[in-house]
Design a protein around this ligand. Sequence first.
Ligand SMILES: [Zn+2]
Length: 331
Amino acid sequence: MTSLRSVFASATAIVTFSLTVPTVSWAEQPIPVVATFSILGDMVERIGGEHIALTTLVGPDGDTHVYQPTPKAARSVAEADVLFMNGLEFEGWLERLAEAASFNGAMVVATNGIVPIAFEEHEDEHEEHDEHEEHDDHEEHDEHEEHDDHAGHDHGTFDPHAWQSLDNAVIYANNIAAGLAQADPANASAYYINRAVFVDQIVALKSDVDAMMGALPADKRTVVTPHDAFGYFAAAYDLTFEAPQGMSTESEVSAADVAALITQIRRDSISAVFIESITDNRMMEQIANETGATIGGTLYSDALSGETGPASTYLDMIRHNATTLSDALGS
Ligand SMILES: [Zn+2]
């Protein structure tokens, strides 16, 4: 049991200490921050270092699309000085959580300043969609019964999976560093130094990934995954990603979607399909069985792996995905 006297004594000791050693202050306590999901959490950890105490709400292998906040999550949010989110409606549950927790810290939207990909742009990649002239409202596209993979309408206007572009990761890093520096000015220089180190690592990785993806043969540049999470990666490397499920893992998959994909895999002689760490992969196994395509490996889309997995950091995740694609599709 801690007595009142000892609490008072220790408080006095701390005050005395901070008076005699002015460089140590209350500000040296790591600031409590929350990141919504593991990929963003890793970036925040890298830039915040020992100056932050981080809670990540949706951990490794977790699915942010279908996450349901816990009371513990609400307590973490209530105590946080800064709340880092992806934005682009990835965290549909966050606004209610922040309200319920009476969050009054700073909110940092990591995708601020990126060029978002409208999810319609993905559909333009489907030849069957040529007849869509404007693509401005899915609600009016009911007549396209074969392509209702976005029928869930539980996503926003834009593809939220922006972290799959390494160029965007630099913008995430900038936003994170600026958010931390604003919340904790005493350590601003540390945050900006950590940001610079991280950005150097991103740039180095990008040159490796550029080389791997650039070497993929022209007829091996279509990638089939369970959910549509790689639009930014596809755009960066002139790849085409096909997915029976839409942007969100919440979307229903229709038999017609699967059948259309099977037809396409056969027609285009697509040799490998990929599974994801966060999705139910029975559908992809069925598609592989029916088409003779092999399972090319596991891609990490919306979450990191655990510590012992191949994608336990953002940089490892991108490298793992690129290597997996290169191994399965390279000649
Ligand atoms: Zn997703």
